[in-house]
Ligand binder design. Structure first.
Ligand code: HQG
Length: 178
């Protein structure tokens, strides 16, 4: 049940708030009470139970996907709807980051670099293994690309930390090791 609700929250707060009458402000925040009501109704729970479950999900999420503060909740990354979450939790960005993708995407990544595609940002991982997991969502033999994050930052690109994930607007091919 928690896993289901967690997936639903990702969808609601990243991709389809409007379908449930939720409004995200420009920083991605939604009213927590409203989200509790929606979850309670959808999963046949009473509100207290829904609230406790969501709080637990936010607290224990292995990738730090959500943030809950001042009666508001948001997804930290992964959006397709238009939000401005360009903050970073920490200035310490590892010199090398990784991106797991499918074999069929490689040709066009070589030419175009990494693009956000349907989301607002490009998502990077801090370890090879995490990137492999990300890539497995699209390919059972994913490709893991090494990104020269240090050089990107030296050249003026912004890389942000959001939960366990790192994001940026675009990675040109010259920073990618194929
Ligand atoms: C690919 C999940 C062709 C890109 C994950 C990826 C992550 C290109 C796909 C987070 C391309 C987009 C995000 C280009 C990029 N040509 N393909 N030029 N540039 N692509 O799902 O990074 O569990 O939007 O390689 O774990 O896979 O939901 O991005 O394969 O952290 O919290 O286009 O979502 O986190 O796919 O995943 P996605 P992603 P959660």
């Amino acid at each position: 049940m928690e896993r289901k609700i967690s997936k639903f929250l990702s969808g609601l707060l990243r991709h389809f708030p409007q379908s449930f009458g939720i409004e995200l402000n420009s920083y991605g925040w939604a009213n927590f009470e409203r989200v509790v009501e929606i979850v309670a109704k959808r999963y046949g729970m009473d509100k207290e139970d829904a609230k406790r479950t969501i709080e637990k999900i936010v607290k224990e999420d292995p990738k730090g996907r959500f943030e809950l503060k001042n009666g508001k909740i948001r997804a930290k990354y992964g959006h397709s709807v238009d939000v401005e979450i360009k903050w970073s939790e920490s200035k310490e960005i590892p010199p090398i980051l990784y991106h797991g993708t499918s074999r069929k995407a490689i040709n066009s990544i070589v030419k175009e670099g990494l693009l956000p595609m349907k989301r607002k940002e490009v998502h990077l991982s801090k370890s090879f293994v995490e990137a492999l997991e990300v890539g497995r969502r699209y390919d059972n033999k994913p490709v893991v690309l090494k990104i020269d994050a240090k050089k990107m930052i030296e050249d003026g690109y912004e890389i942000r930390k959001k939960g366990k994930v790192y994001t940026t607007d675009y990675v040109p091919p010259k920073y990618i090791k194929f």
